[in-house]
Design a protein around this ligand. Structure first.
Ligand SMILES: Nc1nc2c(c(=O)[nH]1)N[C@H]1C(S)=C(S)[C@@H](COP(=O)(O)OP(=O)(O)OC[C@H]3O[C@@H](n4cnc5c(=O)[nH]c(N)nc54)[C@H](O)[C@@H]3O)O[C@H]1N2
Ligand SMILES: Nc1nc2c(c(=O)[nH]1)N[C@H]1C(S)=C(S)[C@@H](COP(=O)(O)OP(=O)(O)OC[C@H]3O[C@@H](n4cnc5c(=O)[nH]c(N)nc54)[C@H](O)[C@@H]3O)O[C@H]1N2
Ligand code: SF4
Ligand SMILES: [Mo]
Length: 710
């Protein structure tokens, strides 16, 4: 069997100093970068100025890519488990050995359960054509990604109104006059280009209304900040719609052309007055009214941000939905400073890149999570990963025997790792392909170390936007440890099963050439620049005749036939979050600008910036509980507890407790992060399958905790 090294991309081994255009891999935003390499070592990383919006900027995580590269506290070669799962007992294996081991197990699993008995989850994004092709080659429909914990509610909200996905309407933040953000912490939970656009807009005099349960850095840049009661911002949107309709603040012309269901909306919001919303949210009724009048005066150069991950409760789908309804009422579509349709090559009559997936047969079996069959209102693409676990445990509708976690760490990123591990114990094979020792890797049967993003190339990525573009991640240096790129790993597994036809390419450059064939784009030019725009001038759709909504009516549908058919209301009555007793808090979480989830808490540079997290609670409430700043506290939920430090501040709502996600790591080989700080996901006991029935997203902000001095 072929265990030799994966071929390097041409040019990698040349001596001297070179600049490589590539794509950052320190978080899932994947910004375009330029990497300086000197005699095979990465010496400098900056943004790629060939992308004008990016320029040479980079965030702290992106700059810490060099620290990841030269850190030895990551898997150095393939590992096969020798003790019980999670025991940390491993033996070093060669690539041949590890891949043979996986292939043998897969043969058994496929023999017992068919190709559908294999599942894979990843981190979504522009390279997933590769692993989808891997699964299809095995005959499995069970591709999952992280999105049930991220953008799914927002995605399904957009689908239900526009028939289009959450990314099909981009935001022209740079030119907006008013941006409304519901906990979208643009400055800390950042994408470099977007953060720059936000700052540019604010310096030009744009306004921003920022609504969060705590003051973030974004709140500090906003022109209006409301500290709202946790999980109640749906009430605020309902009251805003009430005022917009009562005071005729909407664009009647746009609405008559492009919106259906206004009468139903009008009667539905009758009862949701600003005075009612004041009692629910804590925001004064007069301020609610003044704000929406101010915002409407700037329409359509206005954006109600429908959220990226959003506060995650049972009604956050409806927060997203009503934000977009406000966009529709104000006519903020296909207009500078509002929402602009993301266009692909097809919009410009250009051919797109060729997909690897098209080379593999369609998987005919239904998905194991019931998405597309039992749950027809959810988009079947990446399914709903939290529903994988009950299916795995029960064998209903069928048994899955092998699972690959590729660039995904569910034991960190979904609630209640104990519940997931219990379900994983049904697997005959659990493989993690990672660059770090993730929590999931530590529980796996085999760890395959992927070459880092600096040590590998990835597929050509096609991006939609005002103008569509192609981007490429080029290999900067040869792998420093015994690691391999994903395209090679998946091909090698398939070869061992005689199923490699769709991925049968000798080199990554052959894959790139296949992807680019017929596009007219030269591979050399793409590699040189890293980013190539496919059109010179952005086209705008016609606001009178062609906005391109993909619903049955071609318009924004306030009442969604898809939801109705699923027995779900399109306009859902507001439900009060469960009442809390004194001393109880809603556990919420978020990010800081210099860490990405759990994957960077052990990075040598980033760990220095934040070695552990602390629980934020309101200073006045803390005084009543006898807790002082910096105390060691015990945070307890129903069934789990964590011990850590407390940070007292007036800048958090009295009913909320907040911590930065990604801490409380349990892998001893990550010595810097080991047992430092608290893990929010472990406190979310029993919440693995608690989700919004319309949006599909996990209800990550519904855990109630108590806080006491430890
Ligand atoms: N409690 C709680 N849960 C959450 C969140 C939260 O804030 N709190 N956030 C949610 C959100 S928005 C998201 S997007 C998810 C994210 O959840 P995940 O996608 O699981 O998290 P990441 O840390 O982005 O990365 C996953 C894994 O990819 C690995 N990785 C990084 N680079 C590479 C690479 O180049 N190759 C390979 N093979 N692996 C790589 C990392 O080491 C890490 O183990 O978590 C969600 N879950
Ligand atoms: N530095 C950094 N940047 C990142 C990432 C990263 O890991 N690190 N990850 C990227 C990813 S995958 C994502 S999905 C995005 C996520 O970006 P965001 O969607 O901005 O999500 P979070 O950072 O989780 O911030 C959530 C905010 O919601 C607030 N909140 C909690 N409950 C409520 C509530 O009931 N109502 C309101 N209005 N607010 C509430 C929290 O206090 C927190 O400030 O960030 C992206 N950017
Ligand atoms: S936001 Fe930072 S870490 Fe994420 S891809 Fe961009 S530069 Fe890299
Ligand atoms: Mo996310």
């Amino acid at each position: 069997m072929d265990g030799k090294k994966a071929p390097n991309v041409s040019g990698v081994d040349s001596p001297g100093r070179r600049t490589v255009s590539s794509i950052c891999g320190m978080c899932a935003v994947r910004c375009p970068i330029q990497v300086e390499v000197e005699d095979g070592r990465v010496v400098w990383i900056q943004g790629n100025p060939n992308d004008k919006g990016m320029g040479t900027s980079l965030c702290a995580k992106g700059a810490a890519g060099i620290a990841l590269e030269y850190d030895d506290e990551r898997p150095q070669y393939p590992l096969i488990r020798t003790g019980p799962r999670g025991s940390g007992q491993w033996r070093r294996a060669s690539w041949d050995e590890a891949l043979d081991y996986i292939a043998d197990k897969l043969k058994d699993v496929i023999g017992k359960y068919g190709g559908k008995g294999v599942a894979l989850s990843d981190r979504g994004g522009p390279f997933n054509d590769l692993h989808k092709t891997f699964l299809k080659s095995l005959g499995s429909p069970n591709y999952f990604n992280h999105d049930c914990t991220c953008g799914r509610n927002t995605h399904h909200a957009a689908k239900s109104l526009f028939g289009m996905g959450r990314k099909d309407w981009g935001m022209d933040i740079k030119n907006t006059k008013h941006l409304v953000l519901f906990g979208r912490n643009m400055i800390e939970s950042l994408q470099v280009k977007e953060a720059k656009d936000f700052i540019a807009a604010m310096s030009k005099g744009a306004k921003c209304t920022y609504i969060d349960v705590r003051a973030t850095l974004t709140a500090s840049k906003a022109s209006r900040f409301w500290m709202i009661r946790p999980n109640t911002e749906y009430a605020l949107n309902l009251a805003w719609i009430h005022v917009v309709l009562a005071e005729n603040l909407y664009d009647a012309d746009f609405v008559s052309k492009w919106v259906v269901g206004l009468d139903e909306l009008e009667s539905f919001v009758q009862e949701y007055t600003p005075e009612w919303a004041e009692k629910v949210t804590g925001v004064p009724a007069e301020e609610i009214k003044a704000a929406i009048r101010e915002i409407a005066a700037d329409a359509p150069q206005v954006i109600f941000h429908a959220g990226w991950m959003t506060a995650r409760h049972r009604q956050s789908f409806h927060v997203s939905r009503t934000s977009h309804i406000l966009n529709a009422l104000m006519g903020n579509f296909e207009v500078s400073g509002g929402l602009i349709a993301a266009k692909g090559p097809g919009d410009y009559d250009l051919p797109g890149i060729n997909k690897l997936e098209d080379r593999a047969p369609k998987a005919e079996d239904p998905r194991v999570d019931g998405v597309g069959t039992k749950f027809k209102h959810f988009d079947s693409g990446p399914g709903l990963f939290h529903l994988f676990f009950p299916a795995l445990e029960s064998g209903d509708p069928y048994q899955v025997g092998a699972y690959f976690a590729y660039r995904h760490d569910p034991l960190t990123s979904l609630p209640d790792p104990d519940a997931m591990q219990k379900a994983m114990d049904k697997l005959d094979l659990l493989v993690s392909i990672d660059v770090n020792y993730s929590e999931t890797a530590w529980y796996a049967d085999v760890i395959l170390p992927e070459a880092t993003y600096l040590e590998r190339g990835s597929l050509v990525a096609q991006k939609k936007g005002g103008k569509p573009s192609l981007q490429v991640r080029d290999q900067c240096i040869a792998p420093r440890l015994d690691a391999r790129p994903a395209w090679w790993i998946f091909r090698e597994i398939l070869r061992r099963l005689d199923k490699s036809e769709a991925l049968e390419f000798e080199t990554l450059e052959d894959i790139w050439r296949y992807q680019l064939e017929g596009t007219g784009v030269s591979l050399d030019e793409l590699r040189e620049k890293g980013v190539i725009g496919l059109a010179d001038k952005a086209i705008m759709r016609d606001r009178d005749s062609g906005l391109g909504f993909k619903t049955g009516s071609g318009k924004v549908e306030i009442i969604s036939p898809v939801l109705t058919e699923a027995g779900l209301p399109s306009l859902a009555p507001f439900h009060e979050p469960p009442a809390k007793k004194p001393g109880q808090f809603s556990l919420v979480f978020g990010r800081v600008g210099w860490l990405a989830h759990g994957q960077s808490t052990n990075n040598p540079l980033l760990n220095e910036l934040m070695p552990e997290n602390a629980l934020w609670i309101n200073d006045k409430v803390a005084a009543e509980l006898g807790i002082s700043d910096g105390d060691t506290i015990k945070v307890a939920s129903d069934g789990a507890e964590a011990v850590g430090k407390v940070k007292l501040t007036e800048f958090i709502h009295p009913e909320a407790a907040f911590m930065v996600h990604g801490f409380g790591r349990t892998v001893p080989l990550q010595t810097r992060a080991y047992k430092k700080g608290m893990a929010d996901q472990r406190l979310m006991k029993g919440m693995l399958t608690s989700y919004d029935p319309a949006g599909g997203g996990n209800t990550l902000t519904e855990t109630v905790v108590t806080v006491t001095k430890a």
